[in-house]
Design a protein around this ligand. Structure first.
Ligand code: CUA
Length: 319
């Protein structure tokens, strides 16, 4: 129940509404369930107490007329269902994307099996790209425009908001209004192929000024490495196979098939939540992606020992 990914510990306005609805449904349905069980028990108890001698017929003629008891039960069911339907309608209306006016604009695109994330740049009006890590300002609504590059996915950060399907050929809007800072976890919630389970993302909720600082950092091009090993790594990464699929802004790497790596080293995980970020994980991922995440679009990249070492050093320095 506890943790980074739990709908029962809401940390967002939308999730709080759903959480309340969950407990209301639990309460009403639980009460109904106990009433029915109690009714069955009471009927059985009466039937056993009134057991007739063996000579008499054991089956009563069925009573098919309406009586006050039956009307009472029917009324109770109608009231219960009306309460649940009304509450559900009100919560849904309240969390539908459209309410906040100055919402932060973010585009999220589902890919097999990772997430492209783009922020509207407040200075230039262009887009700042990152991947697999969503940062949100505390107390402000972020409106996520969800699109898919391939198949149907579903975007879900249980602590913050409801889940919403990500459908090729259309844009679905989802509002997230976090109410508690910290790390959370999002997950693709619609089976989308063999690595569906490894299509996760980290979510960081920060105070607005910290968020702005993070976004300004993400807008920058990659720094030129000072360290000679990292500089060698930059040549390996941006001059070879990696550059065909990945963008590292400020370098010759401009590929679009895979995640933007401009600030890769600042992220918490590798390969959409598959591995915790570390130099070992980065080297392992480059050498053996198909062993770690079978079916991933990432091909293995054969590097010499020193090149692998330099490349991982460079990627970790992309802060
Ligand atoms: Cu994407 Cu499941």
């Amino acid at each position: 129940m506890s943790g980074l990914q739990s709908a029962l510990e809401p940390a967002g306005e939308q999730a709080a509404g759903i959480h309340g609805l969950f407990w209301l449904m639990m309460l009403v349905c639980g009460a109904m369930y106990l009433l029915v069980l109690g009714g069955v028990a009471w009927t059985l108890w009466r039937a056993f107490r009134r057991r007739r001698p063996a000579s008499e017929p054991t089956i009563d003629p069925p009573d098919i007329g309406l009586n006050r008891g039956m009307l009472g039960w029917a009324g109770l069911i109608v009231v219960g269902l009306t309460v649940l339907i009304t509450a559900s309608f009100l919560v849904e209306r309240n969390i539908a994307a459209a309410r906040a006016r100055d919402a932060l604009e973010v585009r999220v695109t589902g890919h097999q099996w990772w997430w492209r994330i783009e922020y509207r740049d407040p200075r230039t009006g262009g887009w700042i790209e990152t991947a697999n890590e969503l940062h949100l300002p505390l107390g402000r609504t972020t409106r996520v425009a969800l699109g898919s590059a391939d198949v149907i996915h579903s975007f879900w950060v249980p602590n913050i908001a409801q889940k919403l399907d990500v459908i090729p050929g259309r844009i679905n809007l989802l509002d997230l209004t976090p109410t508690r800072p910290g790390w959370f976890r999002g997950q693709c919630a619609e089976f989308c192929g063999v690595q569906h389970a490894h299509m996760a993302f980290d979510v960081k909720v920060d105070a607005p000024e910290d968020f702005e600082r993070w976004l300004a950092g993400q807008a920058k091009a990659a720094a030129i490495p000072a360290d000679p090993v990292a500089a060698r790594g930059q040549q390996v990464v941006t001059g070879g196979q990696c550059a065909m699929c990945h963008t590292i802004r400020g370098t010759p790497s401009t590929g679009r098939a895979g995640p933007d790596l401009t600030h890769f080293g600042s992220r918490r995980s590798v390969a959409a939540g598959t591995l915790t970020m570390s130099r070992g994980a980065v080297q392992g991922w480059i050498a053996q992606p198909q062993a770690l995440k079978p079916g991933t679009m990432m091909p293995p990249v054969a590097l010499s020992g020193p090149d692998a070492d330099a490349a991982s050093r460079y990627l970790m320095e992309l802060q």
